[in-house]
Design a protein around this ligand. Sequence first.
Ligand SMILES: [Zn+2]
Length: 44
Amino acid sequence: METDPVCGMEVDENGKGTAVAVVSGKKSYFCSNECRNTFLEKQA
Ligand SMILES: [Zn+2]
């Protein structure tokens, strides 16, 4: 399991609804695309 850095929820990295983002070579997992988008907006 991985932790969604946006909402803190535990996510299954192989789960169906799991979203992934790679920033500076670091992979992060999210419970949804919504959290992924929120995370990526904060990267700028
Ligand atoms: Zn989330």
